[in-house]
Design a protein around this ligand. Structure first.
Ligand SMILES: Nc1ncnc2c1ncn2[C@@H]1O[C@H](COP(=O)(O)OP(=O)(O)OP(=O)(O)O)[C@@H](O)[C@H]1O
Length: 244
């Protein structure tokens, strides 16, 4: 599978050269996340350290309740850890204000979650183009890349459809294409396979792996699906909030 080229990829590559790849990627150091307090406190993440290099694809497996979603929430700056540091593309999220963290998230992090969070009023193609439109970067190359990504996730025939006209799996693939469109420094993926059939899900995972390598993205995917491990560079296991 080929991954469409993007202007952002060249920028990312030159950034990586200029600042050294060590500053890019994702770096979690001794991250602990405790929900609640007192007798009801639950330690969702227990001293988790994880470094994902640019261009590396890490799969995280583990039983239900082991802390996988918490890991993504903290890595993506959606939730502040109780202790420890999270650095994304050189920015230490844990030291930023809420506003700065939101901006860092917007610039550097792509999410593919089970609930695809598409905007109801926009077509699939518009979902991909909106961020570029807002940033004043919507040109012919961006439109071509959007169409290639829509094709790559098997939605060419649905490019003009709105979310309510799509199946769950189609919405998820639209969310994937939207995340890849931004060529984020860090891509966080939660179970891309749950609403997809087997062939489609294998294709989605291959697309994510190809994008990871082509654009120097640091990718973390949590999954219950052991078949995904073949496409990952590394598989980590989460058990009771600890990563191994
Ligand atoms: N907001 C919350 N308040 C209290 N406990 C929470 C909260 N969110 C998660 N937990 C607890 O933290 C632990 C880790 O949950 P998490 O959702 O990260 O696990 P998971 O591995 O993603 O599970 P699954 O595979 O079922 O989605 C669980 O014990 C869960 O009950």
């Amino acid at each position: 599978m080929t991954v469409p080229a993007a202007g952002a990829a060249a920028t990312a590559a030159s950034d990586a050269t200029a600042s050294g790849t060590a500053a890019r990627g994702l770096d979690l150091r001794e991250v602990t996340l405790v929900h609640g307090d007192g007798d009801t406190a639950v330690t969702a993440l227990d001293q988790v350290t994880l470094r994902v290099a640019p261009g590396e694809f890490v799969a995280v497996v583990g039983p239900s309740g082991s802390g996988k979603s918490s890991l993504l929430a903290v890595a993506g700056g959606l939730q502040r850890p109780t202790s420890g540091t999270v650095t994304v593309a050189g920015a230490e999220l844990t030291s930023l204000t809420d506003k700065q963290r939101t901006e860092a998230r917007r610039r550097h992090i792509g999410f593919v979650f089970q609930q695809s969070n598409l905007l109801n009023s926009l077509t699939v193609r518009e979902q991909l183009l909106l961020p570029l439109h807002i940033d004043g970067r919507l040109d012919a190359a961006a439109r071509a890349r959007a169409d290639e990504l829509i094709e790559a996730v098997g939605l060419a025939h649905r490019a003009g459809s709105r979310p309510h006209q799509l199946s769950g799996g189609e919405r998820q693939r639209a969310g994937l294409a939207r995340a890849l469109m931004a060529s984020p420094a860090v891509l966080l993926v939660d179970e891309p396979t749950s609403a997809l059939d087997r062939a489609r899900s294998a294709e989605a995972v291959r697309l994510i792996a190809a994008q990871t390598r082509a654009h120097g993205t640091a990718t973390v995917m949590v999954t219950h699906d052991t078949a995904i491990m073949d496409d990952a560079d590394r598989v980590c296991e989460m058990v009771d909030g600890r990563l191994s």
